[in-house]
Design a protein. Structure first.
Lengths: 543, 48
């Protein structure tokens, strides 16, 4: 079967940047930064960008292109190609299809809220909400969690979801070049232009209420950028480390606790989510490249475009605007969850600007477009797997994907109030990312071999990556990832499996969600097994 | 905002904007330099 190809090099970079730029930049990043101490968060965040984000970006571009050369676009085939002596490795690759499907099931629903809010902004539907409590009521009514004066049912939210879902499936169904590349080529620059307009407006807000000097844009910027080392370092644990003899193993435990793990974990997790690494999406996009195409510069371009959108634009719009209008206390209170900041605070902020309806429409419209470019990338691995391994045509594969995920999305829609979205986000959007990232880093640096990996990364490269990164990719990145996984297992593993942090009323829905996820993973593993059996049968017939 | 905050922000923005400007300029110049045939993706085979 003729493999699809990218129409231009800029097209693939914009598509990968489009995959990375999304809700993570403009909703999750400000929320994470506020929750983790602003200036304290930015230090590990930038460290994670240099030691985790960039290396993983290069690794995924390289192994994606490598696997594409053997006709594989998804992780099972790519991992098998890299380590064909290990029959089990392709089943680790299932994570690279499972994770994106799980994220897709709740991501598209949240994305549809953005479409709804952009329409509500234009029609002035939430203008009657003048404080944080009213905005919460509005959002809960919209999501069908309560019936109130704003919404009597989940109907409008469901309608916007169906429209969003259809847009996603139609864009993906058109194929790599026709669909994704066309959307990303105009959407990414448009998105950046609108964000710059909003940034300029926020920076000229100054101090809206002169009687409250701490309610200012510079106070918001100060919160985000004043370096705060105290929250990164636990002085008591460091003192215990120094006092403990080297012969005692406990010494190392004290050293581990001397670093504030929560902030470092949050920063690393944000880096995975924002760059779309550890998901399997970049592997698939890069697999459509020619072996002679550069991946070193392309990976750097996509990563830096994402960071520009996140740090320079995302970080400078929401937090400074929220500080200017509400001050530090209410901003911290509003960041109870990432959605609070985006859906409850920003409409109030935008309403207080001149041309608030237009700005509101642009803001939520911008986020919707950013979400679309990300969610279409999430659909790509599953569709490419069906195309590659079962010879389905793109539209057949897109239809199969659409039917399955449409049913799965209902878990998120109707289980939102019962912790189902948090459950999906943990397995699909957190745990799988770190696990998948760790597997591919070890495969790349240790199994594939660093000399071969470095050579593969530089094949057709338009830049030469500093040799310092050879050492980072081989040692620092895997150690960083394994440390994160260990902390996950120690701190959250058992309580999570025992549903200890789940309220009793939510235990049945959460347990059902886990069963559905287990079934999904089993079915995908079975499909991988079938695909390889088909391959071996074909090889025998040919022989 | 403290002086150290302005410095940290300026350094971070400089790093990110610098990386973006460098990589995008390099990408655009290389895209122009390469022929359409090379970018079309023909011949994606191992060792090709």
């Amino acid at each position: 079967m003729q493999r699809e190809r990218w129409g231009s090099r800029l097209g693939v970079i914009l598509a990968v940047a489009g995959s990375a730029v999304g809700l993570g930049n403009f909703l999750r990043f400000p929320g994470q930064a506020v929750q983790n101490g602003g200036g304290a968060f930015m230090i590990p965040y930038l460290v994670a960008f240099l030691l985790l984000g960039l290396p993983l970006m290069w690794i995924e571009w390289t192994i994606g292109r490598f696997g594409g050369g053997f006709g594989h676009s998804t992780a099972p085939g790519i991992f098998h190609t890299m380590w064909n002596k290990a029959r089990f490795i392709k089943y680790f690759g299932v994570i690279g299809i499972f994770g994106p499907i799980v994220i897709f099931t709740y991501y598209t629903y949240i994305e549809s809220w953005l479409l709804g809010y952009s329409v509500f902004a234009l029609t002035g539907r939430y203008e009657g909400c003048t404080d944080h409590a009213a905005m919460s009521e509005f959002l809960n009514g919209y999501r069908g969690l309560t019936s109130n004066q704003y919404f009597s049912s989940i109907g409008p939210a469901y309608l916007f979801f169906v429209v969003t879902f259809l847009v996603n499936v139609l864009v993906v169904g058109f194929g790599i070049r026709k669909g994704i590349e066309r959307l990303c080529t105009w959407a990414m620059p448009a998105l950046l232009v609108v964000a710059v307009i909003l940034l300029a407006r926020v920076f000229t807000l100054g101090r809206p209420d002169p009687s409250q000097p701490e309610h200012s844009v510079t106070a918001g910027l100060g919160f985000l950028w004043n370096p705060d080392w105290s929250k990164l370092w636990n002085a008591e644990a460091w003192a215990r480390f120094q006092a403990t003899p080297w012969s005692q193993p406990l010494k190392w435990a004290h050293l581990a606790t001397a670093l504030n793990g929560r902030v470092w974990l949050a920063a690393a997790g944000q880096m995975f989510f924002t760059l779309s690494v550890g998901i399997g999406v970049i592997l698939t996009y890069a697999s459509y490249l020619d072996r002679r195409n550069d991946v070193a510069l392309s990976g750097l371009t996509a990563a830096s475009a994402n960071e520009l959108a996140e740090v320079v634009l995302g970080g400078s719009i929401v937090i400074p605007a929220a500080f200017a209008f509400f001050g530090p206390a209410l901003t911290l209170q509003a960041s109870g969850s990432i959605f609070d900041l985006g859906f409850k605070t920003m409409p109030l902020v935008l309403d207080q600007l001149a041309f608030g309806r237009i700005f509101g429409f642009l803001w939520f419209g911008l986020l919707f477009v950013a979400g679309i470019t990300s969610s279409i990338s999430l659909a790509q691995p599953a569709i490419a797997f069906l195309e590659d391994e079962f010879n389905l045509k793109r539209r057949e594969a897109a239809t199969a994907f659409g039917v399955v995920t449409f049913l799965l999305c209902h878990l998120a829609i109707f289980g939102l109030g019962h912790g189902v979205v948090d459950e999906l986000d943990f397995w699909g959007g957190t745990f799988c990312l770190v696990l998948f990232g760790a597997v591919e880093t070890i495969l790349f640096g240790w199994v594939f071999g660093m000399d071969r990996a470095w050579s593969e990364l530089h094949t057709g490269a338009d830049i030469s990556i500093p040799r310092f990164y050879r050492w980072v990719i081989r040692y620092v990145t895997p150690v960083f990832l394994l440390a994160i996984l260990t902390v996950y297992l120690i701190q959250d593993g058992l309580p999570l499996l025992r549903l200890q942090n789940v309220p009793p009323a939510n235990r049945v829905p959460v347990l059902m969600t886990r069963i559905v996820l287990l079934l999904l993973f089993s079915v995908l593993s079975l499909l991988v097994w079938l695909a390889w059996r088909r391959r071996s049968e074909k090889t025998e017939v040919a022989a | 905002m403290k002086v150290s905050g302005w410095i940290f922000m300026a350094a971070s923005w400089l790093l990110i904007v610098g990386l973006f400007a460098f990589s995008m300029a390099r990408t655009l110049s290389r895209t122009g330099a390469r022929s359409q045939e090379e970018d079309s993706g023909e011949g994606n085979l191992p060792g090709s």
